[in-house]
Design a protein around this ligand. Structure first.
Ligand SMILES: [Zn+2]
Length: 265
């Protein structure tokens, strides 16, 4: 008889899908275990104690039982349901964007406690300023940072000379800012205005709650969004592939924890 191992964790629910007649497949992000996919038996029955506890953007204290392929939710207690996000559509859609990126960048094989804290920090920020996109830009930049993919913002990624403001460009797939002399092979080059660069540096230096209120006009907002989205999408492609690969390794070789070197090969 296999021993049922139960563990407890705080988790942010990212999404759920119906499974079978009354079960739910829940995808969440945890501080200690990274992304976790788990089944919740009979959670869609109106009589279930889990009803309403496993909705996207709910912070829950979970008790999970380890399973051969998927863990099972034994208990769930709501720690925070983020009412500020739930009560307004602009805030809710921004929150769901955060959940979607967490799902994309989060790995089932490697926990990232910083990323977990970042997500909670940003959801709180969205709650404070539901109409602002600044928390999303902050999240994108810090998401890249906590994943070890922060775009360079201070010098040329190629020749390493300090940037001369106004005489620079940006390459999402080449790792950040470039001087106008350098054009590495294969790098996608984008213009980057001095004021957008300044806001990116500010997002990098300050915590979200400490960023002074900025006047961001439409053009600046568009450029910030386009610059960060291009970086995020480039790395998301890579990340989705590598985390799927890591998860595959973990599932097929349960006795072998040494998947790190293979993943970086
Ligand atoms: Zn250069």
């Amino acid at each position: 008889v296999p021993v049922l191992k139960t563990y407890r964790t705080e988790a942010l629910v990212l999404k759920n899908h119906p499974l079978g007649e009354a079960d739910l497949l829940v995808v969440c992000y945890t501080r200690e275990s990274g992304k976790v996919r788990a089944t919740a038996r009979a959670a869609r029955k109106v009589s279930s104690r889990l009803v309403g506890h496993l909705e996207p953007l709910t912070l829950v204290n979970l008790s999970l039982t380890r399973g051969r392929t998927l863990d099972q939710v034994a208990q769930a207690q709501v720690a925070d349901s983020f009412p500020a996000l739930r009560n307004a559509l602009p805030a809710l859609s921004r929150g769901l964007y955060v959940a979607e990126l967490l799902d994309g960048f989060g790995s089932e094989a490697s926990p990232n406690p910083e990323l977990y804290s970042l997500a909670l920090e940003v959801l709180a920020g969205i709650g404070r300023s539901p109409e602002s996109d600044l928390p999303l830009r902050y999240f994108e930049l810090r998401l890249l940072e906590t994943s070890g993919l922060l775009p360079e913002l201070y010098q040329c990624v190629e020749c390493r000379k300090p940037l001369v403001p106004g005489d620079h460009r940006f390459t999402p797939n080449g790792g950040g800012t470039l001087c106008s002399q350098c054009a590495p092979l294969g790098a996608h080059l984008r213009p980057l205005s001095v004021r957008t660069l300044k806001v990116l540096r500010l997002l990098h230096r300050q915590r979200l709650a400490e960023i002074p209120s900025l006047t961001i006009d439409h053009q600046l907002a568009q450029e910030l969004k386009a610059t960060l989205t291009a970086s995020v999408e480039h790395w998301l492609d890579q990340q989705v592939r590598s985390s799927a690969f890591l998860d595959h390794l973990r599932r097929t070789t349960p006795a072998e924890p040494a998947t790190e070197s293979a993943a970086h090969a």
